[in-house]
Write a protein that binds this ligand. Sequence first.
Ligand code: ATP
Ligand code: MG
Length: 392
Amino acid sequence: MKEIVLIKLGEIALKGLNRFSFEDALKKNIKSTLYGLGYFKVSIAQSTIYVTPKSDDIDMDEVCDRISRVFGIVSFCRACVCDKDMEDIFEKAPDYLEDALTFAKTFKVEAKRSDKKFPLKSPEICREVGGLLLEKFPHLTVDVHNPDVKVIVEVRDFGAYIHAGSLKGAGGIPVGTGGNAAILISGGIDSPVAAYMMAKRGVSLTAIHFASPPYTSERAEDKVQRLLKKVCRYAGPITMVTVPFTKIQEKIKDECEEELFTIIMRRMMMKISSIIAEKYDCSALITGESLGQVASQTISAIACTDDAADMPVFRPLIGMDKEEIVQISRKIDTFDISIEPFEDCCTVFTPKHPRTKPVLRFVRYAEEDAHLYDLIDEAVENVKITELRQSD
Ligand code: ATP
Ligand code: MG
């Protein structure tokens, strides 16, 4: 039996003049997420995107799984394709719905007849298909208010489709319609969640990771790549820029007051990230900071950090508890990777008593005295680029 995925545009269909760019981005993102699964036709008609496999051997479970993570989709249906005649619908419905109906107690049939030339009206389609299903699955009863399974028969311009109800989409808006931003990614729990949240608002991501070998290992970098590949399932392909940070961190350690190590390090991250972000056409930075989580995330520390950035810094987790962040990281399947015990550059040379209320003026003096700026260009010139996409 031929299957298809029908994606209802709902909210984004209403976006006025932006509608076409939203639809184009969504189509592109759907094609991209299905990469490697076979050939598909992705087309739009009647406020619905049709994802039609071009061969019979495609893993439709995997197709639906991937589509469920594409932002901009509120709901979608996996449906059986029928000819537009009742005979074909009658022939295919019982087999196609067998799995869904065998373990249900109640059901109802709904018809959506957008092809007004179809000879039967919606109530007649419901009655006939309902009657047939009752005959084939005698344990069922009809419940029009709260059925276990809602069987839907859609008669559209190009065909008829049967399915057992819609599946929930990822919500949000299509990646690529909200501009580009650079996510500062560590191997921790927070930054992959921050990346996910901004992608959900349509932002296309470039990732920046600071590595300090030999204090941080290749395995720590590999961990960040694996985290990003999970994020790619939602955000699409991501370019990862790895910045060599050892010299800067060593110089901070040698030249600066210990209590300011962290704040100055974070300012250097912001300065370097702003330069890289601009090169990659990004107009904002994203971090996984959350207010009060650690000494460098007090209001004064964040003000000092922000001062070093040349563009807006988005912190989508700022008001969230760790537990709430963990919940999302479990949902997006990054948690188990995040808790693997590899060191991040942030844990290199951490001060015993980091200053929680740094004064910007003094931090700037300390930074200037340390002659750190000479090292920025060198770091930017020696970045490593890795192109990442979701694993198969
Ligand atoms: P995470 O916040 O991702 O769980 P963490 O808690 O170890 O990791 P923090 O010290 O809270 O990291 O850092 C705050 C934010 O700074 C991170 O969310 C991330 O955006 C950024 N950051 C930290 N370390 C790095 C790094 N090595 N490379 C790039 N960005 C980093
Ligand atoms: Mg954190």
